[in-house]
Design a protein around this ligand. Structure first.
Ligand code: NAD
Ligand code: WQD
Length: 365
């Protein structure tokens, strides 16, 4: 009778939360989010809070500010514990693990500019590889066995056939940023072999863009943006004069590069879904993309038609290191995580533009 009542309560609770029972296994746990003040991290923290998780953020604020977290708190009406710590600081990290009890680590912290990584390899390997090692060491010492890692489509290398599918081997990486992601993936794989009760999900993001629909949080590049969407938004806003389209002679339908752009809120939702994959041990890999590539010119024309702005642009020479096109095969994430990117390119642009006009100086007040 008692078991029966427990089962009824459990089922009612599931319906109330609109969650499948499998989700309850990961519900209401303590998550440590490294790099949580950044672009993808802040959106993911919001989704985690909305999913009922307790969130602590660790960030050294080298490319962000805790204003993003203050805004996440105002959207969610929930609180986040903040720690301004560099993940390469072993002592500070040990104190943090000592003071909290974390069930899962979602690891975003790291440096991410491909071009900069070529001129600052030491900084990139230090933050991205040594920082990951420091984190892993504390996880071992404090018996934390589950981790989600921000990897990148860049680990497929230069010669992989499209669409990229997880069964492909990692390719040859051609810049320190890409190599740091490939090394970190390898580190987690080796570690999971040595510790068979550890679960790690490596999420390979394609091209995340967009912002939360409130316009309160979004991408906040410091200085001149490297990426297409923030640069285009700044041209539309008049902060920059013209957009340079890097290459018009690629073997693609309109001669410009094609990429798999996905909405950052879809990506953030995907992290919550990826927590379920940690219920079984081992190291798993998932592509996070839409499966539909768009060219640079298509993105410009979509931006103009959605916002009514004109984007002055020039087609210039190719950018070093750019591939003509790549996109994800997202089937595995659909089948195993029940995750599909649902937001359209138009929504990505509307939300980017809303964020841009509401926050012309980003989080600077
Ligand atoms: P971001 O720069 O906005 O966020 C990274 C955060 O990590 C920042 O808040 C930064 O201050 C923090 N950080 C950096 N080094 C740190 C350190 N040593 N200790 C503590 N905090 C540190 O970048 P993002 O776009 O949100 O990217 C998040 C993660 O996703 C990164 O690991 C990035 O490589 C990966 N990724 C990003 C993209 C993309 O296009 N944005 C694509 C694929 C993978
Ligand atoms: C997209 C397209 C450019 C700016 C990068 C990293 C990748 C991942 C995501 C982290 C390309 C073109 C761009 C501009 C342009 N990050 N472009 N004018 O290069 O696909 O991916 O971010 O893991 O590792 O390499 O993204 O937004 O820079 O470029 O024409 O001013 O837009 O040539 O074809 P990319 P992006």
């Amino acid at each position: 009778m008692r078991t029966y009542l427990c089962f009824i309560n459990y089922a009612v609770f599931c319906i109330y939360l609109n969650l499948s029972p499998k989700w309850l296994g990961v519900f209401l746990k303590n998550i440590l989010v490294t790099g949580g003040a950044g672009f993808i991290g802040s959106h993911t923290v919001l989704c985690l809070l909305n999913g009922g998780f307790n969130v602590s953020v660790v960030d050294n604020l080298c490319n962000s500010s805790f204003e993003s977290i203050t805004r996440v708190e105002s959207i969610s009406k929930k609180t986040v514990v903040r720690h301004c710590i560099d993940i390469t600081d072993d002592v500070a990290l040990a104190n943090l693990f000592q003071s909290g009890s974390f069930d899962v680590v979602v690891h975003f912290a790291g440096l991410k500019a491909v071009g900069e990584s070529v001129s600052k390899p030491v900084e990139y390997y230090n933050s991205n590889v040594y920082g990951t090692l420091c984190l892993l060491r504390q996880m071992i010492d404090f018996d934390v066995k589950k981790l989600v890692f921000s990897s990148s489509a860049t680990v497929y290398g230069e010669d992989a056939p499209t669409p990229y599918v997880e069964t492909l081997p990692r390719g040859v990486t051609v810049n320190p940023y890409a190599s740091s992601k490939a090394m970190s993936e390898r580190l987690f794989e080796d570690f999971c072999i040595a510790q068979p009760d550890m679960s790690v999900s490596l999420l390979r993001y394609f091209n995340p863009i967009g912002a939360h629909s409130s316009g309160l949080i979004g991408e906040n590049p410091l200085g001149v943006p490297n990426n297409l969407m923030p640069f285009m938004a700044q041209v539309a806003a008049g902060t920059r004069e013209r957009l340079s389209v890097f290459g018009g002679d690629y073997p693609t339908p309109d001669g410009t590069c094609r990429r798999d752009y996905l909405h950052v809120m879809d990506l953030a939702d995907g992290h919550v879904k990826a927590l379920a994959s940690l219920e079984t041990p081992g190291c798993k890999v998932f592509n996070f993309g839409t499966g539909n590539p768009h060219s640079v010119l298509e993105m410009i024309h979509a931006f103009e038609s959605v916002t009514g702005c004109v984007i002055p642009y020039d087609i210039v020479g190719r950018r070093n290191g750019d591939l003509a096109e790549f996109w994800a095969d997202p089937t595995k994430a659909k089948n195993e995580l029940d995750w599909v990117a649902t937001r359209s390119v138009e929504e990505m642009i509307i939300d980017t533009w809303n964020w841009q006009i509401l926050n012309p100086k980003g989080y600077e007040i």
